[in-house]
Ligand binder design. Structure first.
Ligand SMILES: [Cu+2]
Length: 215
């Protein structure tokens, strides 16, 4: 396992711990600046020496629910070409929109399920809002690479069946304090855990739902 570049200040703690668990896998452990596990961090690997195996490609469909007057999940990571469904599980109506360059759209006031999913056809980051509930927010990270995942409550992300070679690593979090500088990693087989720290400005991401006038 080798690393080929220096780390920026964002990488406060980077280390490799050998695992003997699953073969050909990388586990990423993402922490905040205080060493606490950080969820909702997107980890993107772009293979630099080969085309990603098609067996790694996710199904190009995803779902972001409107549930409990919030978006669930808060952060999604999808490959370019993914169709995202926005089912409304609440009894109130929502009006989902994005002004982000990667995808400008709106789904006018609706109940249940919108007529069609939204196609995310360009790489980038989309911030979602709701016209009825101003506090509602969520994010979609869209990548050309299928090697994408969002860290869980334990700050963990796993990639299996990796091919040996160089990868460009990007980590993104909606509350990050600085833009992440992509890093080059080299995978030479086996299994390992990689730890990275991201400096974030903590704030509540699921504020107490307030009644909108669409209620
Ligand atoms: Cu809403």
């Amino acid at each position: 396992m080798t690393l080929s570049v220096g780390w920026t200040t964002l990488c406060l703690l980077c280390s490799f711990i050998s695992l003997n668990a699953t073969a050909n896998s990388w586990q990423f452990f993402i922490q905040d600046q205080d060493g606490q596990p950080l969820d909702d961090a997107v980890v993107e690997l772009i293979p630099l020496d080969h085309q990603p195996s098609t067996s790694l490609s996710p199904t190009l469909q995803a779902t972001i629910r409107q549930q409990g007057l919030n978006f669930v999940p808060f952060v999604s990571a999808v490959q370019v070409g993914t169709e995202v469904d926005f089912p409304n599980l609440d009894r109130t109506r929502h009006h989902v929109y994005s002004f982000s360059a990667a995808k400008v759209f709106e789904i006018q006031l609706y109940h249940d399920r919108p007529e069609q999913p939204v196609l995310f056809d360009k790489a980038g980051i989309v911030a979602l809002g709701c016209n009825i509930h101003d506090y509602m927010e969520a994010y979609v990270f869209i990548s050309e690479s299928p090697l994408l995942a969002v860290s869980d409550k334990a700050g963990l992300v796993q990639f299996h069946q990796l091919t040996e070679g160089r990868y460009q690593l990007t980590i993104w979090h909606p509350f990050q304090q600085q833009e992440w500088m992509p890093k080059e990693l080299s995978y030479d087989g086996g299994s390992a855990q990689l730890q990275f720290a991201v400096e974030v400005q903590h704030r509540p991401k699921q504020p107490t739902p307030q009644r909108g006038f669409g209620s």
